[in-house]
Design a protein around this ligand. Structure first.
Ligand code: HEM
Length: 333
């Protein structure tokens, strides 16, 4: 082979390698995502989550946060099984987000998009609690990284994932989050504070009501309310006579029309529920739960909770991922 032919051969090899690399990039991560892309997509999500329901609140704000959690159980994969009763109520939110996603489906996976929607929602929730955008003391610090891979049937799946039982106490919640997300006990208590957003619906889970007075505002009010005895918390059946009972805690002091699940109040009190979910003791005679100290810390300090919540949320939306990258400042393709 002449020197000229060797050079030609080398050039062809380099071109083939380049094409192979581009193919890989397109195949595995759609296309390179820039910080500008991310900001544009977040803007579109934010516009949607700011839409208000007739009661004045923003259902998609909470819906996007719950969806990010449910999508990441079993590994974040852009797929939800709407026939699984544990996902009841999510379809209305995933449909709205999926409609926006179609505009960006060439840029990132649906799983990345759901994670980004969750981040946008918690950041917006902090702003609606009065926090200046990005302020570390009151806004969760979350770094969006992309590269999640959707399941082949995205956005739907028939695979049934197990979710935590809302009737159980803290022991079950800690085991679930440890198994599923490798969370510590503290991370588990921190992440459930997401319940400061949104509400439960009789037509979805069977529970009913908001956890706090302003369900659009992300701060530590959930922990404060739980510890306030003058709310006269008492357990009631939200589905009297129903075949599938739903026992929840309601504040009876006329302060706010709010509720808590066993899974929430169990972080503060050792409620020892029976098989149906009925607590073995009342709010004032239950012993304190082993995690009461963490609840008290969060009730006392929003900055402490928000820092822990941001870190746990970040870990949750990267569940079972090992090839995520940060968006780049400039486009190099
Ligand atoms: C102990 C574990 C958990 C249990 C038992 C639980 C249970 C529930 C239940 C029963 C509902 C009511 C659904 C409905 O009727 O519409 C709900 C709503 C919600 N959950 Fe959880 N959840 C848990 C953890 C989490 C986590 C880790 C997050 C997010 C990081 C989260 C975010 C939400 C949000 C934002 C809502 C309100 C949704 C809306 O307004 O439609 N939850 N959860």
């Amino acid at each position: 082979m002449t020197r000229h032919q060797r050079l030609e051969f080398l050039i062809v090899k380099i071109m083939l390698a380049g094409l192979f690399f581009l193919g890989l990039v397109f195949h595995t991560s759609y296309c390179q995502l820039t910080i500008t892309d991310v900001n544009v997509i977040k803007g579109a999500i934010r516009q949607a989550i700011d839409a208000r329901a007739p009661d004045g609140f923003r259902p998609l704000l909470a819906g996007a946060v719950r969806l990010a959690f449910h999508d990441c159980v079993g590994g974040c994969d852009g797929c939800i099984n709407h026939n699984n009763a544990d996902n009841a109520g999510l379809k209305v939110y995933s449909d709205q987000l999926d409609a926006i996603y179609t505009n960006y489906s060439n840029k990132l996976s649906r799983a990345d998009f759901y994670a980004l929607a969750g981040i946008t929602a918690v950041e917006r929730g902090a702003e609606l609690a009065g926090c200046p955008p990005g302020e570390r003391q009151c806004s969760p610090q979350i770094t969006f990284r992309y590269g999640r891979v959707d399941c082949p049937t995205s956005p739907n799946t028939n695979i049934v994932q197990a979710f935590p039982d809302a009737h159980r106490g803290v022991g079950d919640q800690v085991s679930f989050f440890s198994r599923e997300f490798e969370f510590t006990e503290r991370e588990t208590i921190a992440i459930v504070g997401a319940h400061t957003l949104g509400r439960a619906h009789t037509g979805a889970s069977g529970f009913d009501g908001r956890w706090v007075s302003n369900p659009d505002a992300l701060d530590h009010t959930f922990y404060r309310f739980m510890m306030e005895g003058d709310r006269l918390w008492a357990q009631v059946d939200n589905t009297p006579g129903g075949t599938s009972r739903r026992y929840q805690w309601e504040a009876n002091a006329g302060l706010d029309d709010v509720m808590m699940l066993n899974a929430d109040i169990g972080m503060f009190l050792d409620i020892q529920p029976d098989a149906e979910g009925v607590a073995s003791c009342g709010y004032f005679d239950c012993p304190l739960s082993s995690t009461e100290g963490i609840v008290a810390e969060y009730a006392q300090s929003n900055p402490v909770w928000i820092a822990d919540f941001g870190a746990a949320f970040n870990k949750m939306i990267e569940n079972k991922q090992n090839a995520l990258v940060e968006p780049s400042a400039v486009l190099f393709m």
